[in-house]
Design a protein around this ligand. Sequence first.
Ligand code: DGY
Length: 320
Amino acid sequence: MARPKVWLPRRLSAATLERARASYDLVEEPVDKPATAARIIEMSALVDAMIPCHSEQFTAEVAAVLDPRLKIIANHSVGVDHCDLAALRARGITVTNTPDVLSDATAEIAMLLMLGAARRAVEGDRIVRSGAWDSWSPAFMVGKQVSGARLGIVGMGRVGRSLAEKARGFGMEIHYHNRAELAADQAKGAVYHASLDQMLGLVDFLSLHCPITPQTRNLIDARRFALLPKDAVIVNTARGGLIDEAALLAAIGSGHIAAAGLDCFAQEPGGNRALAGEERIMMLPHIGSATRKTRDAMGYRALDNLDAYFSGKQPRDLVN
Ligand code: DGY
């Protein structure tokens, strides 16, 4: 039987490529830019499967015209908000993702951003790097202490729970808002808030770990920034659209919010130039899961799903 043909629209890890080449006929595009809708549609007629990333957009319009040859989209991402699942289901296209394996790496980046934003890392780095460091006093570059503070986590899934674990190491008191309250062995003492608004008033740090949906778009808007205590710090490693970026800038500008740490933006790639002038916002280019260990694990997980599909089994991470 001919080997399935698989399109890789992005540069994947060397270990992933080596394993993929052993089992599939690949169409490799070693690029770092999102594939256009036209390219996705064109490739659907030439391959049986694709391993796209979170930024290849499978909208309803794209799904409607995909070639019937395409059988499975084995995403190299845990997020599937780039896929119109209902439209792909209607076309009979299987969709999988890569949960679990990126939780620790993403939680590490959330911790980095939380510490960096709280302790003014962007400003400090700039001062030393530029040669502008010419003074020091106990009142110089004073930031906000993370240890012992209250952390509010929105979305207590795998990444949220991994962050909670790390934050406990800093003696943080964990609060969370989630669709449902966790069982005690998962909550590990974290305080559940059915109401997000109620939790916001209580926390020193807020970290977002929920998916983006029509209900969560601009979840943290001007009204909710105002609910946070003065001097709070917000971190987002989930999806940029969860925060109203203009409202964030206003909340930082007014001094109500002390700082922010962002690994994702409403517009990606590129980010938001309006945020760039504000040193109290630490920014990274969506690299939450970008460690060698996690990239290999994500690639392998996507291949596990493909292998299962093409051997007639149900893929482990079936989302559609
Ligand atoms: C994901 O997996 O959804 C991350 O955002 C990186 O792709």
